[in-house]
Write a protein that binds this ligand. Structure first.
Ligand code: HAM
Length: 444
């Protein structure tokens, strides 16, 4: 019986794989995470990693008991035949805030900017761009209520998009208000929907009791039709003066920085921890229901998890959705670089010498060696296939003299030089050869 990967998961494959498409290319995947790293670390964010599973309570209290994520999409983790009360993380924020509280990160300079990337798990109905194991790039800022931090977070998301070379992306900005504002909105929604309760899906009847706002992000077509018909007023109409002022301040900073966005009064997001600023990034070619990313402020989350009051804000991109967008837009990815050197022996007894040459060159760059003796023509052919900059030959003359014959593949220039001088020679040449695209960070 063939063994297949689980439904709703993907393999990210190396270049040259027969079934490779750009949305499952490991190189494209690294392109996304490398771009995010560059943008976020330049803004002062530090990398953090937290476990892939957390106590269910962290996710329930964080993401919210009335969300689809908690009610329907959690993967439980069982071990030693017992239920450990753990779940695979469906998102990164709750775990990061848990780690912040547990590890005393409050001591670090405030606001603390953190970023991570890694797999997340949601047992959803699988479709294009909607997976059960997907990956997020995640940015979180803890310790500040300043609207400037909100604006910078949104700007950084836009800069990641620009760094990737994507153009068809729109920022949709809204506000979820403060808890009192949301209570008022929920009362309004309860009053509005109650006379139509029989038309709501089973899930939404339950939402009407627990948290009516969740009806608005229902995936049921019937619910969405009713929402249209009732001309539901948006959350933004219910903001209190403080949340309104905060929203205006965020917009002021974004306008000053000329960040393009559209106010979307109906943004509600799918997680319960949000307060005030909330936004999503959408792509023109990927369905309206499939955001590339989203985020918002979550000033109540730390206290919700049992910790000290700590304001926070952050966002996450779905890496697979970014890969789909890159494919849709036909963005050309930078070529992966071949090794600096491919070196092989011409006789079996000198394979060890060739290996030692390659190992020494790895101190300054990528170097590979042949595991079998090869004819010179095959050494050059393999070096070209690997897109190496130099090919090296170790024949019996070279082995006896402690030299290597080196061919610069682009110019065809060939020379023999002592192995003891090789690293110094290649260091000088590598600097001179470096393509302009690597010397300058052209997409920054
Ligand atoms: P989210 O909107 O649930 O927010 O997820 C962020 C992004 O992850 C989505 O916009 C989407 O691109 C991707 N994503 C979500 N579910 C799936 C799926 N099943 N398959 C593929 N991609 C998916 C959060 O997770 C928040 N933690 C973001 C945040 C960080 N808010 C504050 N800090």
């Amino acid at each position: 019986m063939a063994i297949n990967r689980p439904k709703g998961t993907q393999d990210h494959l190396p270049d040259g794989s027969p079934k490779l498409t750009s949305d499952i290319s490991a190189r494209a995947f690294s392109y996304v995470t490398d771009t995010a790293r560059r943008v976020l670390e330049r803004a002062g964010a530090s990398f953090i990693a937290t476990p892939m599973f957390e106590e269910a309570e962290v996710v329930k209290r964080g993401v919210g008991g009335s969300t689809d994520i908690v009610r329907k999409e959690m993967f439980s983790v069982y071990y030693f035949g017992d239920h450990g009360g753990y779940v695979l993380r469906p998102e990164g924020t709750a775990g990061i805030v848990r780690a912040y509280l547990q590890n005393g990160l409050k001591q670090l300079p405030t606001p603390l900017k953190l970023w991570t990337h890694g797999p997340m798990f949601r047992a959803e109905n699988v479709q294009k761009g909607r997976l059960r194991q997907f990956h997020q790039v995640d940015y979180e800022v803890l310790g500040s209520t300043d609207p400037l931090v909100d604006a910078e977070a949104i700007l950084l998301m836009v800069q990641v998009i620009q760094g990737l070379g994507l153009t068809g992306v729109q920022v949709k900005l809204g506000s979820i208000g403060d808890p009192e504002d949301r209570d008022r909105y929920n009362s309004y929604l309860r009053e509005l929907f109650t006379p139509h309760v029989e038309r709501l899906s089973d899930d939404s009847r339950d939402r009407l009791e627990r948290n009516p706002m969740r009806i608005l992000d229902s995936k049921s077509q019937a619910d969405q039709a009713l929402i249209q018909e009732l001309q539901v007023r948006p959350m933004l109409d219910f903001l209190g003066p403080e949340a309104q002022q905060h929203f205006e301040a965020v917009r002021g900073h974004l306008d000053a920085w000329e960040v393009q966005y559209e106010v979307d009064p109906s943004i509600v997001r799918g997680l319960d921890y949000y307060r005030r600023t909330a936004w999503e990034l959408h792509h023109q070619h990927i369905g309206a229901k499939s955001a590339l990313g989203g985020g918002g402020r979550y000033d109540g989350l730390a206290a919700q998890l049992g910790g000290h009051e700590t304001p926070g804000i952050g966002w996450a991109f779905g890496v697979e959705r970014l890969l789909l967008a890159l494919e849709q837009e036909g963005v050309t990815l930078p070529e992966s670089e071949g090794p600096l050197l491919y070196v092989a022996a011409l006789d079996p007894e000198h394979i060890g010498v060739a290996a030692r040459v390659a190992l020494s060159v790895r101190a300054i760059g990528a170097a590979e060696f042949g595991y079998k003796a090869q004819k010179p023509g095959n050494v050059f052919r393999d070096a070209e296939r690997k897109r190496a900059r130099y090919a090296g030959l170790i024949g019996s003359d070279e082995a006896a003299a402690g030299t290597v014959t080196l061919k610069h593949l682009q110019s065809g220039e060939q020379q023999t030089l002592p192995v003891s001088e090789l690293v110094a020679y290649l260091t000088g040449q590598a600097a001179a050869d470096m393509p302009a695209s690597q010397a300058l960070d052209s997409r920054a």
